[in-house]
Ligand binder design. Structure first.
Ligand SMILES: C[S@@+](CC[C@H](N)C(=O)[O-])C[C@H]1O[C@@H](n2cnc3c(N)ncnc32)[C@H](O)[C@@H]1O
Length: 210
C-alpha cells in the first residue's frame, strides 16, 4: 500500500528521476531480491555489513536513509531491538514497511528533530545530484559519538557494468574512487574511520563527524 507523503519532496536534479524510477520498480522490488541470484548476493552482503557495523547498541535509534523496502532497517530492528526510522523518496517503497516512523523525503534535505546513534545510507548516494549535501545532512542528524555507514559503488569495471544497467533505464549513477570518496566525506565535514570493498562493486564505509 503506498504511503502518503507528509513532507514535500524537493524535486531537484536527479531526485525526481530517481523517484520516478524507484516508484516504478517498488511493487516488484522485494520479489526481485528474493530471486536466487539477488538473495544469495544480498545475504553475502548482509554478513559482511553485520560484521562491519561494530557500534550498534540495543534500543538505540537508527535511521535507514534511502531505505527502499527496509531490508537493513527491518533486519537490525529485529535482531538488535533498535528503534528504527525509515526515510526514502519513494512512497511505494515506504508503503511496504510497517512502522510509525516513516519519512518521505530526500536524503539531501530532510530535517528531523531526532538525532541518531547510527545512520545507514546504503545504495543511495550514487543517485544523488549532490552527494556531499546528502552526507552533510546525515552527519547533522548524528549524535556526537554516532556513526554514518555508507554503501557506494566504486570506480572500475564492475562499477561500469552497474552504471550501464541503470543507464538503460534512463538513470545516471555515479561511482567513486577511494580518494574521491575521501575528499567527498571531508568536504561534507566528516572523516572515514574504516573502509572495505564490498562484492561485487561497492565500498562499505564508516564515517564519523569531523
Ligand atoms: C538501490 S535502493 C537501496 C535501498 C536500501 N538502502 C537497500 O539497501 O536495500 C536505493 C533507494 O534509495 C532511494 N533514493 C534514491 N535517491 C534518494 C534520495 N535523494 N533521497 C532519499 N532516498 C533516495 C530510492 O527510492 C531507493 O529506494
Amino acid at each position: 500500500m503506498p504511503v502518503d507523503c507528509p513532507f514535500s519532496i524537493v524535486e531537484y536534479g536527479r531526485v525526481s528521476i530517481a523517484r520516478i524510477y524507484f516508484e516504478e520498480i517498488a511493487p516488484t522490488y522485494n520479489q526481485r531480491l528474493e530471486g536466487i541470484y539477488w538473495s544469495w548476493f544480498r545475504h553475502r552482503e548482509l554478513r559482511q555489513v553485520e560484521t562491519f557495523i561494530d557500534s550498534l547498541q540495543e534500543n538505540e535509534k537508527l535511521l535507514d536513509a534511502g531505505c527502499g523496502t527496509g531490508f537493513y532497517g527491518k533486519y537490525f530492528e529485529k535482531s538488535k531491538s533498535l528503534q528504527v526510522s525509515y526515510l526514502d523518496i519513494s512512497p511505494s517503497m515506504l508503503g511496504q514497511i510497517d512502522s510509525p516512523r516513516k519519512y518521505c523525503e530526500a536524503v539531501e534535505v530532510f530535517a528531523l528533530q531526532d538525532r541518531f546513534q547510527t545512520i545507514l545510507c546504503f545504495g543511495v548516494l550514487e543517485f544523488c545530484e549532490n552527494p556531499q549535501k546528502a552526507i552533510e545532512n546525515c552527519l547533522k542528524h548524528l549524535l556526537p559519538q554516532g556513526a554514518l555507514y555508507l554503501i557506494i559503488p566504486r570506480k572500475g569495471f564492475t562499477g561500469k557494468v552497474y552504471q550501464s544497467y541503470h543507464r538503460r533505464h534512463g538513470v545516471t549513477v555515479s561511482t567513486v574512487s577511494k580518494s574521491q570518496l575521501d575528499m567527498l566525506v571531508q568536504s561534507a565535514g566528516g572523516g572515514i574511520e574504516k573502509i572495505e570493498k564490498l562484492f561485487p562493486f561497492n565500498f562499505l564505509v564508516k564515517v564519523h563527524r569531523g
